[in-house]
Design a protein around this ligand. Structure first.
Ligand code: ADP
Ligand code: UDP
Length: 242
């Protein structure tokens, strides 16, 4: 099978497949923070994130939110539709945490009603600066129709996932989405995993996402696995020592 490495990101690698319209997306154990300034290998993370992402993307498809996921290929890789990515990140927040607290002096944990929506430019060298729709139009990163669709889809995702996490006793605090062009349309791409969202236990507010890595709290992948278990995601067992 002719596979060519197309792109290596901070946590995933994309390969061409025999089908021009599809890519193989490999979830690696690399874990980065602070725009790639800190990178570490966390055992099992690629496998956990691959299964986590497959589960969420399928739930979204069942709920009518189109996305690039095609099928699981192995424990650490999935087949996805090949998209032409829009270079902006869409962030939805249900509770205040992270950069909104730093930027606006908002207390962490405040419930945001209605939830907020923000755009950031996907550019590590510039530290992913916050941008608005006017920037997106002027610099032609996307069309007005794309912007409307990204916003609408980002909130459609929220409707599905808030409830899914709530049923598992979890709070979906915030998340980042990326969209890409497919034919004449636009659809959700990239990933939905604890690397790109914040998840807290509903009772104890225990942090169960990549903030554990950013803040050196330990048990990062263990926390991802706890969320997976509570959502009913089937993960391969850890092989027992010989
Ligand atoms: P980063 O780019 O932030 O370092 P990743 O390691 O997650 O992060 O790299 C994945 C890259 O692949 C990202 O640039 C993302 O925009 C891109 N990508 C995700 N899904 C698709 C897709 N279906 N088609 C093409 N590119 C994609
Ligand atoms: N996020 C991400 N990639 C980025 C920036 C943010 O996945 O390059 C996610 C992050 O994990 C969180 C949400 O988007 O779930 C909002 O991040 P925030 O703006 O608060 O930035 P941070 O404080 O994490 O730098």
């Amino acid at each position: 099978m002719s596979q060519k490495l197309l792109y290596t990101g901070k946590a995933k690698s994309l390969y061409t497949t025999e089908n021009d319209d599809q890519l193989l997306c490999v979830f690696r154990n690399d874990t980065s923070a602070f725009d790639g300034e800190r990178i570490e290998q966390l055992e099992r993370k690629g496998m956990v994130n691959n299964h986590f992402n497959a589960f969420i993307m399928q739930k979204l498809q069942q709920a009518g939110v189109p996305n690039h996921f095609v099928k699981l290929e192995s424990d650490t890789a999935s087949i996805v539709k090949r998209l032409k990515m829009i270079p902006v990140e869409c962030v939805v927040r249900n509770y205040a945490a992270g950069s909104i607290c730093r930027r606006l002096g908002i207390e962490s944990g405040l419930k945001l009603e209605p939830p907020t929506f923000e755009f950031f430019l996907k550019n590590d060298a510039l530290h992913d600066p916050m941008i608005n729709e006017s920037h997106i139009m002027t610099f032609k990163w996307a069309t007005p129709e794309d912007v409307a669709l990204m916003k609408q889809q980002a909130f459609a995702v929220n409707k599905v996932l808030i409830e899914l996490f709530q049923q598992a006793g979890l709070i979906l605090v915030d998340y980042k989405l990326e969209f890409g062009r497919h034919g004449h349309g636009l659809m959700l791409g990239d990933e939905f995993t604890p690397d790109g969202c914040r998840i807290w236990d509903a009772e104890t507010k225990k942090v169960l996402d990549k903030d554990r890595f950013r803040k050196n709290m330990g048990d990062v992948v263990e926390a991802y696995e706890e969320v997976a278990l509570r959502l009913g995601i089937h993960l391969p067992q850890v092989s027992s020592p010989a």
